[in-house]
Design a binder for this molecule. Structure first.
Ligand code: HEM
Length: 486
């Protein structure tokens, strides 16, 4: 009886303490003061995951009209708060790393990029490593890369016959890896080790599965092959770096820039860091650029008015400069630029950008609603969805490159962060100029030397890919001909 009483008293005390604690917390932090964003309706526990796996962009399309520009998805034990549109995403792009960081959400890249680089290091080191990228992609460097891009395109397409049918997607993927090998990895790899290295990159690539985002070290065959490939690549690069250092040979490529890079304290990069940074560059630029080249082609071949416009532009540049193509001539291709930019607006390969929130902050929507985002939320924005907002882009699903022409400039009219295919702000893409030059070098060559016709249906989007691109083949019939100048 005595024991029963003690138990009852203890239980009563516990419940009473909890109730009082709850009351105090409710008094100190009144509920009404926490203006949390609306939450996406889903079944408890795994409902959010199911909605997300059905396709994040499908989910955004369904929820944005109902919930507005800021809302939260409960995904297992995590809260993901979505910020859609320039009015609310400014903080996403501009916040310091101490508030919104990339490291936790992009850490799954570490087994691929390797130790000691990018998302495996503190922000202060990462910032220095991004400075190495910036220096390796300066205009003076880009000018040299462009000559190599043009040579690669000429060489690649010289192997096509006089006429035939090709899968444009496959062809452009291949050409872009060859070009990237030359400009980024260096001529040793491009000329002697291309087959070996591209097979190893293939294994790295195949080691990046949706499951790898959650469990990057899961012992599955794809991850084992990824780790072996990463080790072999490190050996190959270590040899090349050692040989360049020994012979004092210097080349115009990103490898050379990374070898010569120094941290603020004077420390030079290690072989392992150089390898990791090169892999990161290739991963950032390879699929993104080849997907964009393919969409650009598909749209140009479907919209004859724009095909004529880019051909006219090539004609006038040929009148001015003959057959020469260099950095400055590519920079004059404004019509082609707008056609690429529009393909990329409709189909940004990185459909979701993420950050991890380390502080509470609030956000105001354009209709004046204010929401508090608690520390610990994952914060997300989506180029694939935000690039098609009808209050920013007129008839947003239409391919209309002229929307970027002087006089309209729809992306500028709506303010910063209206066009986010390359991200923006603090972590905006460092390879954007490189990507445009590469895609322009390819398309100016094709436009000047071939007549092309799309013979498969207009491609669909492959939403299942990690870097979202074109589904299936993009069959094109070609006929070799020189673009008549007059
Ligand atoms: C069409 C081609 C490309 C697209 C669409 C693209 C897209 C993006 C996007 C959306 C981001 C921001 C990610 C975020 O905020 O979370 C980004 C960052 C980055 N990109 Fe690109 N990219 C392309 C090509 C390239 C190329 C060719 C390179 C290098 C050669 C490159 C290097 C980088 C780097 C280093 C960052 C990280 C910048 C930072 O965090 O400070 N990208 N890219």
């Amino acid at each position: 009886m005595d024991v029963d009483n003690k138990f009852f008293n203890a239980a009563f005390l516990l419940v009473a303490t909890l109730v009082v604690a709850k009351l105090i917390s409710a008094l100190i932090i009144p509920r009404s003061k926490k203006r949390l964003p609306p939450t996406i309706k889903a079944f408890p526990l795994i409902g959010g995951l199911i909605r997300f796996l059905k396709g994040p962009v499908v989910m955004l399309r369904e929820e944005y009209p109902k919930l507005g520009s800021v809302f939260t998805l409960k995904l297992l034990n995590k809260n993901i708060s979505f910020f859609i549109g320039p009015d609310v995403s400014a903080h996403f792009f501009k916040a310091p790393e101490s508030d919104l960081s990339q490291q936790e959400v992009y850490r799954f890249n570490v087994p691929i990029f390797g130790p000691g680089v990018v998302f495996d290091v503190d922000y202060s080191v990462r910032q220095e490593q991004f400075r190495f990228f910036t220096e390796a992609l300066r205009v003076t460097k880009l000018k040299g890369y462009v000559d190599q891009m043009v040579m690669e395109a000429e060489d690649y397409f010289s192997k096509w016959g006089d006429c035939g049918e090709v899968d444009l997607k496959y062809e452009l993927e291949h050409l872009i890896i060859l070009t990237a090998s030359r400009c980024l990895l260096g001529q040793e790899i491009r000329n002697k080790l291309f087959a070996d290295v591209s097979a190893l990159f293939h294994d790295l690539d195949n080691g990046m599965l949706p499951i790898s985002v959650i469990f990057p070290y899961l012992p599955i065959p794809a991850h084992r092959r990824r780790d072996q490939a990463r080790k072999k690549l490190a050996e190959i690069f270590a040899n090349i770096i050692a040989s360049r250092k020994e012979t004092g040979k210097s080349e115009n490529d990103m490898l050379q820039c990374f070898i010569a890079s120094k941290y603020k304290d004077g420390r030079p990069t290690t072989e392992s860091e150089v390898t990791g940074l090169l892999i990161a560059a290739l991963f950032a630029g390879q699929h993104t650029s080849s997907i964009t080249s393919t969409w650009t082609g598909a749209y140009l071949l479907r919209h004859k008015e724009y095909l004529s416009a880019v051909q006219d532009e090539q004609r006038s540049l040929m009148k001015k400069y003959g057959s020469k193509v260099d950095h400055d001539i590519l920079s004059e291709m404004d019509v082609l630029y707008r056609c690429i930019k529009e393909a990329l607006r409709l189909h940004p390969p990185l459909i979701m950008l993420l950050r991890s929130s380390h502080t509470d902050f609030s956000v105001t929507t354009r209709d004046g609603k204010e929401y508090d985002i608690p520390k610990g939320h994952i914060v997300a924005t989506s180029p694939a969805f935000a690039n098609r907002l009808p209050h920013i882009y007129k008839d947003p699903d239409r391919y209309d490159p002229d929307r970027f022409a002087v006089g309209r400039e729809e992306d500028k009219a709506a303010g910063a962060f209206s066009y986010i295919s390359f991200g923006g702000g603090r972590h905006g893409c460092l390879g954007e100029p490189f990507a445009y030059l590469q895609i322009k070098a390819i398309w100016s060559h094709l436009l000047r030397n071939f007549e092309l016709e799309l013979i498969s249906p207009f491609p669909e989007v492959d939403w299942n890919a990690m870097v979202v691109g074109v589904k299936g083949k993009v069959m094109v019939r070609y006929k070799r001909r020189e673009l008549p100048v007059n």
